[in-house]
Design a protein around this ligand. Structure first.
Ligand code: CS2
Ligand code: MG
Length: 438
């Protein structure tokens, strides 16, 4: 059976970590004049060194390669299939230097625009083409984005533990490592599990089962508990340390307003994803009642998801990131809009975004004028081995690689040793059994 002119087994084989080349004869090559460099190969690599990742590797006829992250937690194979069946055939024969045209070609040409799967697929191509352009120019990508606006990207780490006393120890560990900003998540008395609290403090992977784990959520217990946590943390660490908290989409606007108000004495740098953000004007209610800064956007896929939030200054940090918001090209557009409205960047950087995404995000972080903070959840040693990279942590900052391109790659042989494992994100229910937001 065929799909888009490609033998179906092509898609099937990608699923199990093996890779398949798309032969040149099936190209729909356009956009490359005679004698111009062309894309001759593009491979979709699915691997699971501790958790699943999807990576696109683009190869030009003069042997230059570029990589792009396409990982969508819990929906990885949807993007891998979209890329293999609907994007890779369109890339072969194209001029890799035409990044903007390729972006528009894949976005407008899809007819069905936006959404996490489409925009993650476009992001992977865009990121890989920026990597190639940097290598061809012999420059790190941040130089192509206007050069450095700062030496490094201030990052925040995840301090999490079931109890407050334990989380104080975790925060102290981050401070000792040189972190200037820490996100604080604890358990909630009476709840068996809650977002952001993993087994060992450092590594936390929520997609822990093929069928979603079901957890129970209680807003009242949470709203009652959180202010006390930050009272303890502020008392222990003083006013300097930047403190963040992720509500993870679980409140209504008025509940979020109440939480924001109750946290004002502790001077948080941001309160993240207080409510689901489909209803952008819902943030007006939060703004009316609290001055606690708001960060939102890790689930956003395009500027349209945050246009009203930014232009009405309903948020203070935009958390969109390279892999889910259409790549470097489109994320820069979002940050440029944000800069007009005093909104800063706060890109998502959880460990389900691969080192390829993190490397790309850092080139934007050090070059844009309105940088705020970069999330930095460390990847496991297995993941770091599959994705060799040149970025490094230094005294609370992440520094991008100085190598030409993005400064990251994928070891395909090592990746092939870690086949895909089905894994879904959890779901949340209220005590009465109603579905809620995880
Ligand atoms: C979280 C993420 O890091 C964060 O801010 O919201 O860990 C998120 O839960 C995962 O990326 C979902 O895959
Ligand atoms: Mg978050």
């Amino acid at each position: 059976m065929e799909c888009g002119g490609h033998p179906m087994e092509t898609i099937a084989s990608v699923r199990y970590g093996r890779r398949e080349r798309v032969s040149l004869t099936e190209t729909t090559g356009s956009g490359a004049e005679e004698g111009h460099v062309r894309i001759v190969d593009a491979r979709v690599i699915v691997t699971c060194p501790g958790r699943n990742f999807v990576t696109l590797k683009v190869v030009t006829d003069d042997g230059v390669t570029g990589v792009g992250d396409a990982t969508l937690n819990g929906r990885e194979l949807a993007v891998a299939s979209y890329l293999t069946a609907h994007v890779v055939p369109l890339l072969i024969g194209r001029d890799p230097a035409r990044i903007e045209d390729t972006w528009q070609y894949l976005y407008r040409g899809a007819y069905w625009r936006r959404g996490p799967v489409t925009m993650s697929a476009i992001a992977a191509v865009d990121t890989a083409l920026w990597d190639i352009k940097g290598k061809v120019a012999g420059l790190p990508v941040y130089q192509l984005l206007g050069g450095r606006s700062r030496e490094g990207a201030t990052v925040y780490g995840h301090a999490n533990a079931p109890a407050v006393d334990e989380v104080l120890t975790e925060i102290a560990r981050y401070v000792a490592l040189g972190y200037r900003a820490v996100r604080v998540q604890t358990g909630v008395p009476g709840l068996a599990a809650t977002y952001g609290v993993g087994g060992d403090g450092q590594f936390y992977e929520p997609a822990d089962a093929a069928i979603p784990t079901e957890t129970v959520w209680d807003t009242d217990a949470y709203l009652h508990h959180v202010p006390g946590v930050f009272a303890r943390v502020r008392a222990e660490f003083g006013p300097q340390l930047k403190l963040l908290h992720d509500v993870h989409h679980r409140l209504t606007p008025i509940e979020a307003a109440r939480l924001g108000k109750s946290l004002e004495p502790y001077g948080l740098t941001w309160l993240e994803d207080p409510v689901p953000a489909e209803l952008q004007e819902g943030f007006r209610l939060i703004r009316q009642h609290t001055t606690t800064p708001i960060a939102v956007g890790e689930v956003f896929n395009s500027v349209w998801d945050c246009h009203q939030l930014i232009s009405e200054q309903l948020v203070d940090y935009i958390r969109a990131t390279v892999v889910h918001a259409g790549g470097i090209t489109h994320l820069r557009r979002i940050f440029d809009l944000a800069a007009l409205y005093h909104v800063r960047s706060g890109s998502h950087g959880a460990s389900d975004l691969s080192p390829v995404c993190l490397a790309a995000a850092l080139h934007l972080d050090v070059s844009i004028p309105n940088f705020g903070l970069q999330e930095y959840m460390r990847h496991t040693p297995d993941t770091d081995a599959v994705f060799p990279h040149g970025y490094r942590f230094d005294g609370g900052y992440l520094l991008p690689s100085e190598e030409p391109g993005l400064g990251v790659d994928i070891d395909e042989d090592l990746a092939a040793r870690h086949p895909y494992r089905p894994a879904s994100l959890p779901v949340n229910r209220l005590p009465d059994g109603s579905m809620h937001n995880w």
